[in-house]
Design a protein around this ligand. Structure first.
Ligand code: COA
Ligand code: AMP
Length: 639
């Protein structure tokens, strides 16, 4: 790919990263403290499985905490916990955070957690979630954080796959309108899962305390505070660069989540590099990411990247609006002197809806703010314009995914700021050879849409494989086009080398920046007694970017005219109970049939196109075209 706008630092870095990755990433690796410096940089012995820094050893927690304390940053704030939903503001210095992490690591070790063991963390946005993650890293254990908004079925699927020794949870999370009790969901998930942990640790929160240790279970139920009271702090355990740091499950098209593996070495190097070069944040700077530790944005840019850098990270337990109003972000920026912030475009759409004139922005001193970064879904030009105009700082789109762990494309503010074009996340980051391919796997000319693919090898920090499933990794990502990783997004590159990401080409949903699978929602619908068949599609939504819609065919003998209303309400509730309220399924239509190909594949994409008001592409292999005709007025009621 060419880039017409840079002859400077970006171009030099980008070109070198592809032509001589050993030199480029070898230099970046110097920003990390190794126990054994890596003798190799790119390990391409076993394509298509690439490894980084083979032979090197380190500890990620040491790099995130201990080394900063040793270097004199002990009294600097590592975390500002800012929680309007509980009325709490707490600051944890690097020394204090290290102390808590070492102690909790000791507690985990006392329960038998060792290097390589998995620990599931199912928690809201509290400092203890960060403590639990870093404590695992300290022991070389593999954490798997499950988003607190997921209900039992999603949690159970992750427990089943990760087979954790310990699960760390909290008594509740706090949504603006309700307290969400976690323990009943965890208990329900454990009932469903054939794998049982050895211990469950529960952090009690006063908003809703949980019954701990009162049931007869095969595993021990422990209270966080009681456990740490007796714990002996643990030291860092040496791990290989290629050992897993965490597994983060993400949604594919089926109901079975994919366990994205992150290694220790490549991750530390890439995130440290990205913080300074992509986001322009260095040691001592204050940085605010409004997301959740359950998503990759939270892993990378609430926890690891800022701490690996020696920066200060804001951990925000609240929403962009409603806690208490649309000024929440501006208040935080002013209170903590935030230099740059990161969130999803939906959050800005929510703020704009409440405060279209930006009056609340004007009431705050945002002089510390230099840049706003947005990612997680497409940044529509309208939202970009509004934010740019009202904040008066560059608003930077960056495109990436759970699988890559850090931006594939961005305007690299630290390395070389470039002109911003609305609708584009600018250019590929170093290490990413981004090619847009047609169906035959040929690169398309500038301006033509196709499948966005990454030429292998991908840079450090990206997934080496799926947890325990090399085959699924190859089948799901590497087999569409030889030598390429398929991102699942479609888009184009313009004449200046700017990338435009138009949306998923598969059935993965993106609802308010939350990645969800059609398969999980369909499984919840299909579990209702009255449902014979169902399909879920993601339709465009002005606020959430996309929302799911359900279409169900009832079993014979069930009368939609009599029971339709009740069944629809039960289906909406089932999805809330099984997947989580976060799925945001509000609309379920009862239909007489679903459109399929002759081989039985449901035509979700065609239905999506109709629902979005686009001209549908109807495959020649459709079994019965009249089904689609009947459905069109349901999907697009205005036609
Ligand atoms: N635990 C329990 N429930 C949760 C939850 C959590 N962690 N997160 C969301 N939910 C619930 C919400 O309470 C809501 O419930 P409701 O249907 O009873 O009202 C439902 O899930 C849908 O949530 P959401 O899609 O977040 O919609 P919202 O209207 O509550 O909030 C935004 C909209 C824009 C404020 C919110 O989506 C947001 O802050 N988005 C930022 C995006 C983000 O953080 N993305 C992560 C990747 S960068
Ligand atoms: P997740 O793995 O949850 O981060 O979701 C990744 C998906 O979100 C990508 O494959 C895209 O479909 C979408 N996405 C993330 N960031 C952007 C962006 N900046 N522009 C367009 N789509 C995005």
């Amino acid at each position: 790919m060419t880039d017409g706008t840079s002859n400077g630092a970006y171009r030099a870095a980008y070109d070198e990263s592809l032509a001589d990755p050993d030199a480029f990433w070898g230099r970046a690796a110097e920003a990390i403290d190794w126990i054994t410096p890596p003798p190799r940089v790119l390990d391409d012995d076993r394509p298509p499985f690439y490894r980084w820094f083979t032979g090197g050893t380190l500890n990620t927690c040491f790099n995130a905490l201990d080394r900063h304390v040793a270097a004199g940053r002990g009294e600097q704030a590592a975390l500002h916990y800012d929680s309007p939903v509980t009325g709490t503001h707490e600051t944890y210095t690097y020394a204090a955070l290290l102390d808590r992490v070492a102690t909790f690591a000791g507690a985990l070790a006392s329960l038998g957690v060792e290097k390589g063991d998995r620990v599931i963390v199912y928690m809201p946005m509290v400092p203890e979630a960060v403590v639990a993650m870093l404590a695992c890293a300290r022991l070389g254990a593999v954490h798997s954080v499950v988003f607190g908004g997921f209900a039992p079925a999603e949690l159970a699927a992750r427990i089943e796959d990760a087979k954790p020794t310990v699960i760390v949870s909290a008594s509740c999370g706090i949504e603006p309108t309700r307290v969400v009790e976690y323990k009943p969901m965890l208990d329900a998930a454990l009932d469903r899962s054939s794998h049982k942990p050895e211990s469950v640790i529960v952090l009690q929160r006063e908003q809703a305390r949980a019954a701990v240790g009162e049931r007869d279970t095969d595993w021990e139920e422990l209270d966080w505070d009681e456990l740490v009271a007796d714990a002996v702090p643990a030291d860092c355990v040496e791990v290989a660069a290629t050992d897993p740091l965490y597994v983060l499950y993400t949604s594919g098209t089926t109901g079975r989540p994919k366990g994205i593996v992150r290694d220790n070495g490549g991750h530390a190097v890439a995130l440290r590099w990205s913080m300074e070069n992509v986001y322009g944040i260095g040691p001592g700077d204050t940085w605010f990411t409004a997301s959740d530790v359950g998503w990759v944005v939270g892993h990378s840019y609430i926890v690891y990247a800022p701490l690996l850098t020696g920066a200060t990270s804001v951990l925000y337990e609240g929403k962009p609006v409603g806690t208490p109003d649309a000024s929440a972000f501006w208040r935080i920026i002013e209170d903590h002197g935030v230099k740059a912030m990161f969130t999803a475009p939906t959050a800005y759409r929510a703020i704009r809806r409440e405060d279209p004139e930006g009056r609340l922005i004007a009431e705050h001193d945002l002089s510390s703010l230099e840049t706003v970064f947005l990612a997680g879904e497409r940044l529509d030009p309208d939202t970009w314009e509004w934010a740019t105009e009202h904040l008066g700082v560059p608003v930077v789109d960056n495109w990436w995914q759970t699988e890559t762990g850090w931006p594939i494309a961005s305007n690299l503010r630290g390395l070389e700021p470039m002109p911003i074009k609305a609708g584009s996340p600018t250019v590929p980051a170093p290490g990413y050879a981004v090619h847009v391919l047609d169906e035959q796997g040929h690169r398309v000319p500038a301006g033509t849409e196709g499948a966005i693919c990454l030429k292998l090898p991908m840079p450090p920090g990206t997934l080496p494989t799926l947890w325990g499933d090399d085959e699924r990794y190859v089948a799901g990502y590497l087999s569409a086009f030889e030598g390429y990783y398929l991102t699942g997004d479609g888009g184009l590159v313009d004449e200046d080398g700017y990338l435009y990401v138009m949306g998923r080409t598969d059935d993965v949903l993106n609802v308010a920046g939350h990645r969800l699978s059609t398969g999980s929602i369909e499984a919840a619908l299909a579990g209702h007694d009255a449902v014979a068949e169902c399909a879920v599609i993601g339709v465009a939504d002005d606020f959430k970017g996309q929302v799911p819609r359900g279409l169900v065919v009832l079993r014979s003998g069930v009368d939609a005219a009599v029971d339709g209303g009740r069944i629809r309400a039960e289906l909406v509730q089932r999805v809330r109970d099984e997947v989580g309220a976060v799925a945001s399924l509000r609309q379920v239509d009862i239909v007489s049939a679903l459109p399929k190909t002759r081989s039985g594949k449901i035509l979700r994409k065609t239905m999506r196109e109709i629902a979005d008001g686009r001209t549908p592409v109807v495959p020649g292999t459709i079994e019965d075209a009249t089904v689609l005709e009947t459905l069109t007025p349901v999907l697009r009621p205005t036609t």
